[in-house]
Design a protein around this ligand. Structure first.
Ligand code: ATP
Ligand code: MG
Length: 318
């Protein structure tokens, strides 16, 4: 067992400053740059090696990745609603969509614009539902095939961290693509994370992927802050009866097995889905609904875990 130390952050600050100032060519990413079909866009060989320097973002208290072993379990839904719940509880919150292969935050938050560039040549996050947003989806057309070269992906993740005017935040929630791939690797190489949240559905088939997700963060030295079980049960809108469509309590059992916190269950609900499709997440559109209460309870649990961990000093790495 190891612990994340404050010093880890301090060590990399000067490196980060250098790295941040070293972006002379800040520009909005165009589709052609990521298509992989434009050889003239290749960076010179010395720039193709992923940099290992850390960005620290000292004005952001908690930097939290939302991940899953498996696709489609509701990471982006949880990330958006959790972000809004944390903001409703008084936090200053940013949401970064790092899903380079299928950015869904712009749709879910109901905003499709290009961010402006400040006089300091930083990207200005868009604001929606009281959340500062940045997404690769703001910078490339939605229908654009997202075939990334490794170095380009790595520098885009760095750009969304260090070349964005995030300002002072309590939380930066970072929505990852599914699985254990290169985005998570680039992110953890770029920034010391406070920790990761693992989203799962309750079935065994999804839980097998949780193991892989947990193992990946373990290898990358990122603490697991907790497991969130999504689509846990169906709450009948007519009689309020709870029906467990999938195996009951799978995520809860898994968190016990791994010895990590269980942060709560989110019901399977048509309104949660519709709300994401129309760009008004349920917590923003229907804050009093039982579904929103479930997200609020998860946010509260997360706050407790972060507070009890004594800030970033003593988060357990499995
Ligand atoms: N609790 C829920 N109830 C009903 N629908 C949900 C719920 N959670 C997510 N969904 C729906 O399931 C679909 C997948 O959700 P989402 O995009 O959040 O998953 P994801 O894990 O981010 O997917 P990906 O791995 O592709 O990034 C979406 O249509 C979303 O609206
Ligand atoms: Mg997603």
């Amino acid at each position: 067992m190891r612990f994340l130390k404050k010093g880890d952050d301090k060590k990399s600050k000067s490196e980060s400053d250098t790295a941040t100032k070293g972006h002379p060519d800040l520009k909005v990413i165009s589709g052609s740059q990521i298509s992989g079909r434009q050889p003239q866009q290749q960076a010179p060989p010395q720039q193709q090696q992923p940099q290992q320097q850390n960005i620290t973002l000292p004005n952001i208290k908690y930097k939290i990745a939302v991940a899953s072993g498996k696709g489609g379990v509701g990471k982006s839904t949880v990330a958006t609603n959790l972000a809004i719940s944390l903001a409703n509880a008084g936090g200053a919150v940013g949401l970064m969509d790092a899903d380079a292969y299928g950015p869904s935050i712009p749709t879910m938050m109901g905003i499709q614009e290009q961010p402006k560039v400040s006089p300091e040549r930083k990207l200005v996050p868009l604001v929606r539902h009281n959340i500062k947003l940045m997404s690769i989806g703001f910078m490339v057309p939605e229908e654009q095939a997202m075939i990334w070269r490794g170095p380009m992906l790595h520098s885009s993740i760095r750009q969304m961290l260090s070349d964005v005017e995030w300002g002072e935040l309590d939380y930066l929630i970072i929505d990852l693509p599914p699985g254990t791939g290169d985005v998570a690797l680039s992110l953890t190489q770029a920034l010391p994370l406070t920790g990761a949240l693992i989203v799962t559905t309750p079935q065994d088939v999804a839980l097998a992927d949780v193991r892989r997700g947990v193992a990946m963060f373990e290898r990358l030295g990122v603490p697991i802050l907790g497991i969130i079980e999504n689509m846990s049960y169906f709450l009948c809108p007519h009689c309020n009866e709870k029906t467990e469509i999938f195996r009951a309590d799978g995520g809860k059992n898994m968190s016990e097995r791994f010895g990590v916190e269980f942060l709560g269950q989110i019901p399977l609900d048509a309104e949660v889905c519709t709300a994401g499709d129309i760009g008004v997440p349920i917590v923003a559109g229907h804050p009093e609904s039982p579904q929103s209460e479930a997200f609020g309870a998860v946010a509260q649990e997360l706050e407790t875990v972060l507070e009890e961990s004594g800030d970033e000093d003593e988060l357990t790495i499995l």
